[in-house]
Design a protein around this ligand. Sequence first.
Ligand code: DSN
Length: 478
Amino acid sequence: MTDSLISSAYSQALEVIASVEPRIAEATRQELADQRSSLKLIASENYASPAVLMTMGTWFSDKYAEGTVGHRFYAGCQNVDTVESLAAEHARELFGAPYAYVQPHSGIDANLVAFWSILANKVESPYLEKLQAKNVNELSEADWETLRHEFGNQRLLGMSLDAGGHLTHGFRPNISGKMFHQQQYGTDPGTGLLDYDAVAAKAREFKPLVLVAGYSAYPRRVNFAKMREIADEVGAVLMVDMAHFAGLVAGKVFTGEENPVPYAHLTTTTTHKSLRGPRGGMVLAQEEFASDVDRGCPMVLGGPLSHVMAAKAVAFAEARTPDFQAYAQRIADNAKSLAEGFLTRGANLVTGGTDNHIVLLDVSSFGLTGRQAESALLDAGVVTNRNSVPADPNGAWYTSGIRLGTPALTTRGFGHDEFDTVAELIVDVLSNTEAGTTKAGGPSKASYVLGDGVADRVTKRSAEMLDKHPLYPGLVLS
Ligand code: DSN
C-alpha cells in the first residue's frame, strides 16, 4: 500500500513538473537512476526516507517566518509555529539537550549562529551595556567602533583541516579564520590520533574564547569530557560540531564521554548526514546561550525554511525509534568491516582504522593523488571524495586521500560482506590506475590512466550488490 502510494505520488509529481519544465523532471528521474546504480561512499551523504523527502515538497516553502515560535516578524505563522515547536521538541528529546534551534539552513549557518551567540553572550563590551540602556539608533560611531574592536579581537582554537577539522573550525581562508584570531590543533604525527595533552597545552598558551571540537574527516571518536576539561581550564566556551556523527549520537552508539551534548556549551550539526534527515542545520545549546541562539534569524540567517523544519521533525521522529538505533550501530560496524577489508589487502588508513563512520584511505601508496583516485573510482561507479591526509604534501585540492563513509550504503542494507567487497573493488581500481602526464609530458596530479576492463568488472560486481539492496525498493516511477 505504502509503496504504491509513494510510487504514484512521485510519478504524478514528476508529470506536474514536466508540464512546466520537462528537463527538470528528466534530471530528477536521472538523479534517482544514478543514485540507484552507484556505490555512494561519500561520508557526508545519505538517503532520507520518502516521508522526509515528501515533507519538503509542500506549501510551507511559501511562508516567511523570521523570528521564533510565537514571536515572528510576519503574521500568519501559526502552522509554522507548530512545525518548529515539534522539530525542536523532538530534537531536545532525541539528544537530551536543554535547547534546540532548528532554523539553520546548513552546518555552516549553524556554526555561524553558534559563533554569534558566543560573542553576544561572552564578550564583555561597554557597547553591550549601552545597547541594553539605549535605542540602537542612539549609539554613537564610537560605540560601534568599540563593538567592532571587541567582537573582532576574540580567539578561536579548532582542529586543522588536514587533521580532519572542518573549514569553519578556524581554517584561515574561511570566515571563521578571519573573524577570529585563530590557531589550530592537529593530530599526533605518528599515530594520526588526537593528542589531548597537546590540545590542552595549546589552549593554555593561546587562551581561546572558543574551543571547537568535532570533525569532518577524522575516523575516530573524541572524548568530549576531556575537551570540556580543557575548555574549563582556560575559560573557553566548548563548541562541538557533530555534523558528521549526529546519527551515531542519536542512535546511542556514542554515549557517555563520546556524546558531546552534555559536555558542550553549544553543539552544532547538520541534519542530512548520518542523521538521515533533510539538508539543514541545527544548534543545541545549554540554557545560558538559548536567547542569543534564538536571534540567529534574522541576525545571521535568512528566513527559516519552514518546509525543511517540518522535514526535520519527521526525521527526528524516525531517529527516536529502536530501528534507527540498530541502523546507527550498523553504520559503525560496517565502517570497521570496510577498514578491515582495506587493511587485509595492504592499503594504508589514516590512524590505522576507524571507530566511527569514516575510513580515510591514504592513496599515496598506489602512486596516486586523491584527485586521480577519486576520478578513477568514479569511472567505475564508486562515488567518493578526495580529502587531505595529515600534513598532506598535495594540499587541499589534489590531496593524498579518499574519504569513505558507511551511512548511505548502510541505509541500503549493505553489511559486513558487502563492505569487504567494496574494499576489494576499490583496491582493484586503485591498483590498476596509473598517474597520467600533463600535455607537455610532465607528471600530473590530475590525469590518470585506468586499466582496460577494470571499470566494467567493478561496475558488474557493484551492480550485483546494489540489485540485492535496492534504493527506495518500492518506488517505481511510471
Ligand atoms: N560538506 C561536508 C562534508 O562533506 O563533510 C562538510 O561541509
